[in-house]
Design a protein around this ligand. Structure first.
Ligand SMILES: Cc1cc2nc3c(=O)[nH]c(=O)nc-3n(C[C@H](O)[C@H](O)[C@H](O)COP(=O)(O)OP(=O)(O)OC[C@H]3O[C@@H](n4cnc5c(N)ncnc54)[C@H](O)[C@@H]3O)c2cc1C
Length: 342
């Protein structure tokens, strides 16, 4: 039995784990490590500190698919729809500019539920707070080093973290990359932004009717979602939640500042945009240093093979594009590499 390590319990890692289990079943032991305390990565859903409010999606907001992807990824959409993980997005989104023939979906339990669905289908051994710091080639295996100390050995390793975090790894990765591959990875560019989630008490009601709004008259804020309304949960008895995303120029300007120092600036601007907003009972701020991919790896099939034996592949949205369908494409392409190698 081959032992495969997938680094990253985000969307790409979870779909890759699920596909690998379905294709190779008991021929493979799948282990997933993530440095965070929970699954989701940039599709994570944040729980409020008290149980009286709804959760909030701090990263990805909803899933948009084109007719071509709706067809080629039909099995993924129908699986998530029939499991109740996805539902058509029905709320009003002010300022949304998109082609008429694309479809939007939301997740009643939050975007993290998509990732959790695929992880649970994968039957993988899942370990959180496992921060990979180095990869060392040892004959036909990879020895993988954790920040907390200790090393483990695997027959194949799949890296799904943002590209700059791949390039920071100690050990043999940098040496194994060809000059061309290094240039391709160095060229990947991400946007950066801050996200703020506000959690309200069950008595609070928003005075506006939209579920989400793209903001055009602010340098700071570009998007606001009445997150619980976006997910059709407003009448469920819990307090509503609201999410704010800052613009890319604002994110870049304040990138090196602590989120605690930036949060008041965002809240002041939110108050200007929505002066009637009730007082939240709690607030959470997140800095997304690597938010969405602006320039992906050029001429790439969805993954990059660093070494064939023992296999080391990199994937994720940077190897395709920065949304649900991009992660599915990357996971499918990594699956081909894994099947060929194992
Ligand atoms: C603010 C924002 C809004 C977005 N909006 C949308 C949207 O509306 N619709 C949409 O489809 N997409 C959206 N996206 C993009 C989407 O979220 C991403 O394309 C997708 O989540 C990327 O998944 P991934 O698995 O490739 O990477 P990630 O989600 O980044 O997963 C990588 C994982 O690796 C872990 N990791 C990193 N380094 C290490 C290490 N050294 N050791 C162990 N673990 C490590 C991380 O903790 C993370 O969990 C948005 C993203 C952001 C940030």
């Amino acid at each position: 039995m081959s032992r495969v390590l997938i680094v990253g319990a985000g969307l790409t890692g979870s779909i890759c784990a699920c596909l690998l289990r379905r294709e190779l079943q008991s021929k493979v032991q799948i282990v997933v490590w993530d440095k965070s305390r929970g699954a989701g990565g940039r599709m994570s859903t944040s729980r409020p500190p008290n149980a009286s409010s709804h959760s909030a999606d701090l990263g990805a907001q909803y899933i948009t698919t084109t007719p071509a992807y709706a067809q080629s990824h039909h099995s993924f959409y129908s699986e998530l729809l029939s499991a109740g993980v996805l539902q058509p997005l029905s709320c009003q989104i002010e300022g949304l500019r998109q082609k008429d023939d694309s479809k939007n979906y939301m997740t009643p339990l939050g975007m993290g539920s998509v990732v959790k669905h695929f992880l649970s289908e994968s039957g993988a051994d899942l370990f959180f707070e496992h921060h990979v710091t180095g990869l060392y080639r040892r004959g036909a295996s990879w020895e993988v080093e954790k920040k907390a100390g200790g090393r483990e050995t695997f027959d194949a390793v799949v890296l799904t973290m943002p590209v700059p975090q791949i390039l920071q790894l100690q050990g043999d990765v940098e040496e194994l990359l060809s000059v061309h591959q290094k240039q391709q990875l160095d060229g990947v560019v991400y946007s950066s932004r801050f996200a703020v989630a506000l959690f309200f008490s069950p008595d609070d009601v928003f005075s506006f009717s939209w579920g989400a709004r793209y903001v055009s008259d602010s340098r700071c804020i570009c998007y606001i979602a009445a997150d619980s309304r976006k997910r059709n949960l407003d009448s469920s008895g819990l307090g509503p939640s609201l999410v704010v995303h800052t613009s890319v120029p604002f994110g870049l300007e304040h990138l090196e500042r602590d989120k605690e120092d930036v949060q008041p600036i965002i809240l002041e601007e939110l108050h200007r945009l929505l002066p009637d907003l009730p007082q939240p009972i709690s607030i959470k701020c997140q800095k997304w240093r690597y938010s969405q991919v602006l320039t992906s790896v050029p001429d790439c099939p969805g993954h990059m093979t660093v070494l064939d034996q023992p296999l080391l592949v990199c994937g994720g949205d940077a190897f395709c594009h920065s949304n649900f369908d991009g992660c599915v494409e990357s996971a499918l392409s990594m699956l081909s590499a894994l099947k060929a190698s194992l």
